[in-house]
Design a protein. Sequence first.
Lengths: 231, 231
Amino acid sequence: MPESYRQELQSLKLFSGMEKDNFDALMRGAYVQNFPPRIDLISEGDAPDFLHVVLAGSVDLYCSWNGRETSMATVRPVSTFILAASVQNAPYLMSARTLEKSRIVLLPSEDVRTIFDRDGAFARAIVGELAQCYRSVVKNTKDLKLRTSLERLANYLLRQSGSTGAPSFELKMEKRRLASFLGMTPENLSRAFRGLEPYGVTVTGSRIEITDANDLTDFAKPSRLIDDYAS
Amino acid sequence: MPESYRQELQSLKLFSGMEKDNFDALMRGAYVQNFPPRIDLISEGDAPDFLHVVLAGSVDLYCSWNGRETSMATVRPVSTFILAASVQNAPYLMSARTLEKSRIVLLPSEDVRTIFDRDGAFARAIVGELAQCYRSVVKNTKDLKLRTSLERLANYLLRQSGSTGAPSFELKMEKRRLASFLGMTPENLSRAFRGLEPYGVTVTGSRIEITDANDLTDFAKPSRLIDDYAS
DNA sequence: CGCTATGTTGATCCATATCAATAAGTGTGG
DNA sequence: CCACACTTATTGATATGGATCAACATAGCG
């Protein structure tokens, strides 16, 4: 494994506190792979053979049941996914596929568990990571159960613009996937964008412009306990 | 703190592997309290002063936003809640209230974090607990996004009856709360019960009878990756 | 008992899904 | 570099799941 990738991994909070020997041991079994877009990496129900780390590109986590499918999250560099399944040695609950050309590190789950057992700092870092993942999913559930689709979209747009501060930005994913992520159909998302026009939202292709953030905020009523990414 | 409670706590997987000294230290700041029904224990947004353990009774975890409210989960003995907030020292994402007369142990979050930092076994146990919580919420999200309310109810009933195996059982909560938990209104739940009659479900008050489990299963299509409590 | 909260049922409304048609991108190979 | 094919996005028409409102029944509980 090239040194540059090693350093990228070590910069992750998840690995940065580990003892050097343990980190080395973990890297020994690791390998890096480049994938083209739209490649299935894992399927829900599979045994958790590897902990995955996205170094470049992006990955869609999605779920299926009875012919239906929904997008759960997007993983962007540099972060891991399916950590819970790896440490529990339980089947993946989500499938994953690349959205674009992506570079992924694969760490054998068994190594992860072994080293987790003997490196306290690593175990504690995993706690932090899992707690954050857990809280994200809880926030997402609140979003789904307490808000209408129009409110979910409004808050999503505020979160996206909030991170940049600019009144105008590009959607980071296809509208089709955004719809699925927000728990609606593509048709309904189209209409929801129309529905936000009175609150100062203008859409041109994938470019979003928020002309009156106060107006939109009044409508969306964002909450620290649902919409804050950090904490 | 009475010895019997101590033992109950120690029997929890979360604490059973700890070094005795650390467990003792954790118990030193702990105290037990008895609450009547319908008492608010914590409110979302509060600082996580205590990790809570339910010894007896039951606790409702719920969330509010903009005048709406939804039930997220029920905590039954013996288990903990709001572990993620405690270890992260981040505000509670959910409120909690007793459903019935309940005995709760309160462990100062600061002690939890201190001991988590020096007891590897404890840290690893927390990982297991959090991973399980995380997976539960993911399953719940799949249930919400991939199924209609009728399907959610059908699967809920199968899960409840499955754990006993008996064709007839009592609902463990008010229908009002069940509706909220499943993401629907009480009226809609009433009609959903009617809607499951063709699949062999009979409701008499809070008693549910499943006359033809195969028929119901064909409709509900339960999945290991959504409906399995374990793993 | 009688009060109050819960549950049921019916009527209606609304949000969202579905179906269908078209338009607009996007990528590919000639 | 363009033409074609294919996917995505939009728009309209309609259907439907689920919410809301209202009335009433029922069941706990003081």
